[in-house]
Design a protein around this ligand. Sequence first.
Ligand code: ATP
Ligand code: MG
Length: 264
Amino acid sequence: MSARIYAIANQKGGVGKTTTAVNLSAALARLGRKVLLVDLDPQGNATMGSGIDKQAVSQTVYPVLLGLTGIAEARVASPDGGYDVLAANRDLAGAEIELVGLEGREHQLAKALAVVAQQYDFIILDCPPSLSLLTLNGLCAAHGVIIPMQCEYFALEGLSDLVNSIKRVHANLNPEIELVGLLRVMFDPRMTLSQQVSDQLVRHFGDKVFNAVIPRNVRLAEAPSFGQPGIVYDPGSRGSKAYLEFGEELIGRLSHGLVVTEEA
Ligand code: ATP
Ligand code: MG
């Protein structure tokens, strides 16, 4: 069996991509799955949130994307997370420019992942807040895209850009890719607006909206400063429980063969 590869993407900044990537990785690991988390963001937040010092790490995703080294050489273990990490730091900002000259530049990550895919059940890609060449590498490597969304007034704005990008990648670069689902994050049930936007999402996207809902929970926000996924830092918190439920839902969808059949 080869890993299922999921890109966590949304070109909006600060919507919970990294929190989702880190905690989904930790949840899947806790559920007994072998997981690799790939940090595709020069901010390196997924790296730090997994307990890896982005300045001190010797190998990152950057030389991997340039074809200079393999993932087997570059990956490190998250000390407490129970999963492997392909780290990122600011070096990655330069990759964008260096990649442009390479033939098949969109497929560099896919090529590198193919070598280690048999060793994992899941590979989770934390994408940067843009539709850049780095995100494009993520979309070309992934079987599916998971979009974290805050249920606020402008949440749907920009969503069509992302969905159109996924369609373009599907048509031109990666026929396997599909929109797996939308994940409601930082949800505040006391806000009528949250509920209204949530209802609107479900009306629009039907069963592409995951049942699991991630609440706004301060423990999830605190955890990165301790270099731990929220799931490890405070397993009993509401946020951690929600991410565990999400992990279970994702595994359940796979085993029931429900992962989206028609095109997004
Ligand atoms: P960027 O676009 O910069 O990469 P992002 O989409 O990866 O951002 P995060 O870094 O995951 O977003 O989250 C943005 C901020 O919101 C962080 O400070 C994070 O700790 C906080 N946060 C994320 N999810 C939650 C949550 N469910 N409850 C409370 N705080 C959260
Ligand atoms: Mg992020």
